[in-house]
Design a protein around this ligand. Structure first.
Ligand code: SAM
Ligand code: SF4
Length: 363
């Protein structure tokens, strides 16, 4: 039988190899993590880039079974930030040299919303002299909408596939046209076609999800040739249909560990993509983001949402930093990232090397 070190030295990985890597624990897991970090440094460098996160609104027309801000959670107070609040967050990101922001919301497709996002993108670009990069995470939209927002100045888009297993996808979503797996795949294709750097990802440790499913997720991300990945543990929320699902077999700590293995293994499979150290990792372990960086992540998304809205953007229980003011967080975060041996890249967009490489090979 081939040793773990033998697998780690390979340049290409079979499904069986990936399943083996995802199951590693103890010293063998550490070997995987060390290898992934070294490969990150060798291929894309040891810089960590910031994306200041603006959770613009928690109004959502959808009903994903796992999500705390799903439309039918009537317990949830709803909000939308005022324009001046959004622009102040973007100014903060610019002033503190974050390089980029992410605008994230529940999903809406109505004209007022589409127009408003276009307006905000243009204003943010204007007020930052075109210097602030803008990533969007606004769900499934029409091609025209993706294109409009791209032309307004956004250049990266995050839309998670959530799970690449069609049956599981249906299990975690209502069975209707608005929540169809095919529509999600079509949306990912449209995002690419509109010109964005494409980011997607999955939740890890979902009820009924196996290691084999996660290995297939990694192969899906590779096959889809994505530029960026954000993935992290699934965490329960009391007011969702998936709460207390008997098929949720992994503890939060096990989901966290599996997430580290997913990040490290994906780094071996796709060495030049951007990968986020997600908030859900930090929700389970206060040092979760740093541990994700040590395993090969290179993006951190500090939360810039005004504190008064944070409690209302509660996707899952235990979401961190509910009362931390962004201005107090920055220097502390920089110190924490430096403690991992990484450098904080200020004032840079930090575009996906995978995307930039593909542009060179296409031209
Ligand atoms: N509405 C947009 C969408 O769905 O793409 C963007 C916002 S949505 C809240 C962002 C991500 O939150 C989803 O893609 C999902 O993976 C994650 N999320 C939602 N509920 C979660 C939960 N209970 N545990 C972990 N992640 C969750
Ligand atoms: Fe809405 Fe996104 Fe939550 Fe689904 S995951 S309910 S689309 S906010």
């Amino acid at each position: 039988m081939i040793s773990i070190n033998g697998i780690l030295e390979q340049k290409a990985f079979t499904r069986e190899d990936i399943i083996t890597l995802l199951g590693l624990k103890g010293d063998n897991q550490q070997l995987l993590i060390n290898k992934a970090r070294k490969l990150t440094n060798d291929r894309i460098g040891n810089k960590v880039y910031f994306r200041g996160l603006i959770e613009y609104s928690n109004i959502c027309v959808k009903n994903c079974f796992y999500c705390g801000i799903r439309k039918e959670n009537r317990e949830q107070h709803r909000y939308t930030m005022r324009d001046d609040e959004v622009l102040a967050c973007a100014r903060f990101a610019y002033k503190y040299d974050y390089g980029s922001i992410v605008i994230q919301t529940g999903e809406r497709n109505d004209k007022d919303f589409v127009d408003k996002i276009e307006f905000l993108i243009k204003e943010i670009k204007n007020q930052s002299d075109n210097k602030l990069g803008i990533t969007l995470s606004l769900g499934e939209q029409s091609y025209e909408t993706y294109k409009r927002w791209f032309e307004a100045g956004a250049h990266r888009y995050l839309l998670r596939i959530e799970t690449s297993n069609r049956d599981l996808y249906q299990r975690y979503h209502p069975s209707n046209e608005e929540h169809s797996f095919d529509k999600r795949i079509e949306a990912l294709n449209m995002i690419k076609q509109a010109g964005y750097q494409l980011g997607t990802g999955v939740m890890i440790g979902l009820p009924g999800q196996s290691i084999e499913d996660l290995a297939d997720d990694i192969l899906f991300l590779k096959g889809f040739d994505v530029d960026m990945v954000g993935m992290g543990p699934y965490i329960e929320h009391e007011h969702t249909p998936m709460y207390l699902d008997p098929d949720l077999t992994l503890t939060k700590e096990e989901r966290f560990d599996l997430s580290l293995n997913m990040i490290a293994t994906l780094r071996l499979v796709m060495p030049d993509i951007n990968m986020a150290a997600t908030t859900a990792m930090q929700a389970i372990d206060p040092a979760g983001r740093e541990k994700a960086i040590m395993a090969g992540a290179n993006i951190v998304m500090p939360n810039l949402t005004p504190v008064k809205y944070r409690e209302s953007y509660m996707l899952y229980e235990g979401k961190p930093c509910l009362d931390e003011d962004a201005s107090k967080c920055t220097s502390c975060l920089i110190m924490r990232i430096k403690s991992t041996g990484s450098e904080v890249a200020l004032g840079e967009w930090g575009d996906s090397m995978h995307f930039l490489n593909s542009q060179i090979s296409d031209s």
